[in-house]
Design a protein around this ligand. Structure first.
Ligand code: NAI
Ligand code: MG
Length: 365
């Protein structure tokens, strides 16, 4: 039993609670059949928190998140709250959690499952067996650097300003996450920047090289310009193992990699903080997709991105590799059996809703 492991569940709004329901059924199944149970807590975030408390991320939720060993997050946002000022939008729920928990490394696996090889935007041969991990720095860089803003110059014309700033410590800590991951995979890191035209890119390349040489001499390190990496991801994606990039480049490249895998309804992610003196690390797991207001409440959302996020949580935060693998393999078999939610529907397959997909998964397990 692992009842000492603290898991905080934050379903959020939109399809979040619908897809999270399937994870809860999985947790029940694990308690009955695998004899593992967790100390599960629930919390409010996003639109659900806004409607109940007036804040998209109440202090109580942040406190629970800090106390948890891992957070499983659903999704937040939608047109229902469009009239609110920016500081009150549901999306601030996730932004505050990332910031307050110091979640600086965003991990997005881009994996092409065999049964979905035809759902990719690329030819099947190019993506069959694809398994790339993108590590994106997520608390620094151009989305946060000062100065920033739109200002009017002496000539009366407006100027938009953003600033990319990275310190060597910020680069080194996210680089270590990428190198550690590579060791558990195919031992290869491709670090991307624009060292040819950006000073922060020059420092990025230098620091990643230093960390690699000093601490990870066994991991193969390659540097690549970010624009070339975008091209290579389309042309020959299988050459990559772990791709490491800044907040901006990691954002762009992970969306590109997502298109290679077919559907947003299949993509999980993890965001990790620093390892503390007690060996603990804050970690939040969530699907890449948002709250999908267009299909919320209809029972048609694909729950697999949420389930795969839970599998990542089991693997990275709870050290439960065997259980993670069990879930991932069962998903592969359900898809091979021809069951499809609308987002991954293909000719000749059986179209099912959220609940039936979840049941099929349990049956397969
Ligand atoms: P979205 O990911 O919510 O939806 C994009 C499209 O994909 C929609 O057509 C949707 O129906 C479909 N889709 C998404 N997840 C699906 C699933 N599991 N199964 C089947 N189809 C799925 O992105 P969008 O429309 O740009 O944003 C909607 C809201 O979500 C916005 O308020 C946005 O700010 C928020 N958002 C929140 C995120 C988060 O909670 N971390 C991340 C991205 C967006
Ligand atoms: Mg993006």
């Amino acid at each position: 039993m692992t009842a000492n492991k603290k898991l905080l569940i934050l379903p959020g709004d939109g399809i979040g609670p619908e897809v999270m329901r399937e994870v809860r059924r999985l947790i029940d199944w694990m308690a009955h059949r695998r004899r593992v149970s967790f100390d599960v807590q629930d919390g409010l975030v996003g639109g659900a928190a806004l409607d109940a408390t007036g804040s998209p991320c109440p202090d109580g939720t942040v406190e629970k998140a800090r106390a948890a060993d891992a957070v499983l997050f659903g999704s937040v946002g939608g047109p229902k709250w469009d009239a609110l000022p920016f500081e009150q939008r549901p999306e601030l729920g996730i932004l505050r959690l990332r910031k307050d928990l110091g979640l600086f490394a965003n991990l997005r696996p881009a994996v092409v499952l065999d049964p979905l090889v035809n759902a990719s935007s690329l030819k099947p041969d190019l993506v069959r067996g694809l398994d790339v991990m993108i590590v994106r720095e997520s608390t620094g860089g151009i989305y946060f650097g000062e100065p920033r803003g739109i200002e009017t110059g002496p000539d009366g014309k407006r100027r938009g300003v953003d600033t990319e700033v990275y310190t060597e410590d910020e680069i080194a800590r996210v680089a270590r996450v990428a190198f550690d991951l590579a060791r558990s995979r195919r031992n290869h890191v491709t670090s991307v920047e624009k060292a040819n035209v950006m000073q922060s890119g020059r420092l990025w390349r230098a620091v990643v090289s230093e960390v690699g040489k000093a601490e990870y001499p066994d991991v193969e390190l390659q540097h690549m310009y970010a624009d070339n990496c975008a091209m290579q991801l389309c042309a020959r994606p299988k050459q990559f193992d772990v791709i490491l990039g800044s907040n901006l480049f990691g954002d762009l490249l992970s969306d590109l990699a997502a298109a290679l895998t077919g559907s947003i309804g299949m993509l999980p992610s993890a965001t990790l903080g620093a390892v503390g003196p007690d060996g603990r690390r804050n970690a939040l797991y969530e699907p890449v997709h948002g709250s999908a207001p267009d299909i919320a409440g209809k029972g048609v959302a694909n729950p697999l991105a949420q389930v795969l996020s839970f599998a990542m949580l089991l693997r990275w935060s709870f050290g439960m590799e065997e259980d993670a693998k069990l879930i991932e393999d069962a998903i592969g078999r359900v898809l091979a059996g021809g069951m499809r939610t609308a987002d991954i529907m293909q000719p000749g397959m059986a179209r099912v809703g959220t609940g039936v997909m979840g049941e099929a998964l349990l049956r397969e397990l």
